[in-house]
Ligand binder design. Structure first.
Ligand SMILES: NC(=O)C1=CN([C@@H]2O[C@H](COP(=O)(O)OP(=O)(O)OC[C@H]3O[C@@H](n4cnc5c(N)ncnc54)[C@H](O)[C@@H]3O)[C@@H](O)[C@H]2O)C=CC1
Ligand SMILES: O=C(O)[C@@H]1CCC=N1
Length: 284
C-alpha cells in the first residue's frame, strides 16, 4: 500500500492534549500526515481546550474518551503515566479492535497489554521537536501489531522526525536520552546565551547565535558522519580561544553532568515503571 493511501484511511484520537499531544498533532498536521478532520482530541481541562480551539479550531475536541466522536481505529494515549490505567479502564470493551499507541514514560508493553486487554499496543517515546518536524522517536510493538499497523506508525512518526524501532527493554534509556533530551539542550542554549549576555551581547542576538550554533553543529554531525571529537578538534586552534573555553567546560564537568542527566532520567523512567505496576497508581 502506498504511504498516502495508508495515511488517508485512518482516523486518530489523541487522549490528552497537553505538551506532547500538542507537539505530535501540530507536527503531523503540518506534515500532512492527517488532516484536522481526521483527528479527535480528548481533553478534560477547559484551559487546554481553549488552547486547542484557538490553535486548531478545525480538530474535533471532546471532554471524555467515551464520547462517540472519540471512537477511532487508532488511539494515541498522551496522558501522564499514572492516568493511563484510568483511561484504559473507563469503559468495558472500548479498546477491542483498536491500535493503541502510548507515549507514557515508564509504561512498558506488558502493562499496556494488561490494561488495554490485547497485544495490539505500541509504546512510543517521542520528543517535543516533533512539533517542528525534527523529533526523535523510538517505538516498540506488542505481539499483535500487524505489518500495516507498523507501516502506519513508521510513516506517521517519520513525518515528524526520526523514527526508530527498538526493544521494549531499551525504552527507559531512550527516555533518558532523546525523550528528556530537548530539556537538556534548551538549558545549554539558554546558558550559552547567558554567557553571550555576560560578554556584552544583547539578549535576542545571543539567543539567535546560541540556538543556530546548536542547530548547525547537530546538522554537521549528522551530514558529515564525522565523530564529534574530530569536529571539536577542528574548531580548537592551538593556543586559541576555543581550547580555553573547552578547558572551562572540562573543569566544570560538562561531560559527566550530561552523562549523569541521561542516567538519572533513565532511572526515573524505570521507577515510574515499577510505580505503575498497580492500576491507577504511579507518579505523574
Ligand atoms: N512532555 C514531553 O516532552 C514528553 C512527554 N511524554 C509523555 O507524554 C505524556 C503526556 O505528557 P505531557 O504532554 O508532558 O503532559 P501534560 O500534563 O502537558 O498533558 C497531559 C494532558 O492530559 C490531560 N488529561 C488528564 N486526564 C485525562 C483523561 N482522563 N483523559 C484525557 N486527557 C486527560 C490533561 O488535561 C493534560 O492536558 C506523559 O505520559 C509523558 O510521559 C513522552 C515524551 C516526551
Ligand atoms: O519528564 C517526563 O517525564 C517526560 C517523559 C520524557 C520527557 N518528558
Amino acid at each position: 500500500m502506498k504511504e498516502e493511501d495508508l495515511m488517508s484511511k485512518k482516523r486518530l484520537t489523541v487522549i490528552g492534549g497537553g505538551q506532547m499531544g500538542r507537539a505530535l498533532v501540530g507536527g503531523m498536521v503540518a506534515a500532512n500526515v492527517l488532516s484536522p478532520a481526521e483527528i479527535c482530541v480528548v481533553e478534560p481541562s477547559a484551559e487546554s481546550r481553549l488552547w486547542w480551539q484557538t490553535q486548531h479550531g478545525d480538530i474535533d475536541l471532546v471532554v471524555d474518551s467515551t464520547d462517540p466522536a472519540a471512537d477511532s481505529q487508532i488511539v494515541l494515549i498522551a496522558v501522564k503515566p499514572n492516568v493511563v490505567p484510568v483511561v484504559a479502564s473507563q469503559k468495558d470493551g472500548m479498546w477491542s479492535g483498536k491500535l493503541v499507541i502510548s507515549i507514557a514514560a515508564g509504561v512498558n508493553l506488558s502493562k499496556l497489554a494488561d490494561w488495554f486487554g490485547h497485544q495490539r499496543v505500541v509504546r512510543v517515546m517521542p520528543n517535543t521537536p516533533c512539533l517542528v518536524g525534527q523529533g526523535a522517536c523510538a517505538y516498540c510493538c506488542g505481539n499483535d501489531v500487524g505489518d500495516e499497523d507498523k507501516q502506519w506508525i513508521s510513516a506517521a512518526l517519520s513525518a515528524v522526525g526520526l523514527a526508530v524501532e527498538v526493544n521494549d527493554s531499551q525504552m527507559d534509556a531512550v527516555t533518558g536520552l532523546s525523550g528528556s533530551g530537548p530539556a537538556y539542550i534548551c538549558l545549554v542554549i539558554e546558558a550559552m546565551a547567558d554567557g553571550g549576555v555576560l560578554a556584552g551581547l544583547p539578549r535576542h542576538l545571543a539567543m539567535q547565535l546560541a540556538s543556530q550554533t546548536v542547530l548547525g553543529t547537530a546538522k554537521m554531525v549528522q551530514e558529515t558522519g564525522r565523530h564529534p571529537g574530530e569536529l571539536k578538534d577542528a574548531v580548537a586552534s592551538p593556543g586559541g580561544t576555543t581550547i580555553a573555553g573547552l578547558q572551562a567546560l572540562e573543569n566544570k564537568g560538562l561531560r559527566s553532568a550530561m552523562i549523569a542527566a541521561v542516567e538519572a532520567s533513565m532511572k526515573r523512567s524505570q521507577q515510574l515503571d515499577s510505580l505503575s505496576s498497580h492500576k491507577g497508581q504511579g507518579a505523574g
